[in-house]
Design a protein around this ligand. Structure first.
Ligand SMILES: [Zn+2]
Length: 202
């Protein structure tokens, strides 16, 4: 288990200009202590694989909390920490796995290495109950008349369904959420920890 918040990552809007304005205006809060984050240089540039052969080039902004002094990397919602593939690519793989396909079939469908895809599925399955519970609570909070997804093939499928249901409820509540994929929404909700240990459910 990783220690809570040691990673120092905050998932933010994919609009770089908007994030820069928010950062300079003190509108981004430290996830640990809620004090404003201030600009603190940049992280190393990185390249992330999107779908259909697309490449995303990202130079993440770094920030520092003026309260607790912890630095936080600001990652756009299109990517998750320590992943070479975009959130929606990994998410698509998890959705295919939720249909009951094995990692080899998912890897063939996405054009990714089998070992990579096996890792995604294993990690997600390992915390699928935490994910399901988190997004079920989010669904209840977001929807006026929440409709719970039916139990499905197993824990992995149930977790995928819970994310989809919470995203639908968020899109009903906020029109801007319609342009954000369910996996970007999920990453933003839990600091990109869709495949790593979830924030504690406090
Ligand atoms: Zn802080």
């Amino acid at each position: 288990m990783c220690t809570k918040r040691r990673c120092g990552v905050l998932i933010v809007d994919s609009d770089v200009v908007r994030v820069e304005c928010q950062l300079r205006a003190g509108e981004l809060a430290c996830p640990s202590c809620q004090v404003s984050l201030a600009p603190w240089g940049h992280g190393r540039p990185r390249e992330v694989r999107g779908d259909l052969g697309a490449r995303l080039f990202v130079r993440p902004r770094r920030s520092r909390c003026s309260g607790c002094g912890v630095t936080h990397m600001l990652l756009p919602e299109a990517i998750w920490p320590r992943r070479a593939d975009a959130a929606r690519v990994i998410g698509s793989g998890l959705e295919i796995a939720a249909l009951g396909l094995g990692h080899r079939q998912v890897a063939a469908h996405l054009g990714r290495a089998e070992g990579t895809v096996r890792g995604w599925i294993r990690r997600f399955r390992g915390q699928s109950e935490d994910v399901r519970r988190y997004f079920t609570v989010a669904l209840v909070a977001l929807a006026d008349d929440p409709v719970m997804p039916d139990p499905s093939e197993g824990p992995l499928s149930d977790a995928v369904s819970a994310i989809a249901a919470a995203h639908r409820a968020a899109a009903m509540k906020w029109a801007s959420m319609n342009t954000v994929s369910r996996w970007e929404f999920a990453g933003r909700a839990i600091d990109g920890r869709v495949l790593t240990c979830m924030p504690s459910a406090s």
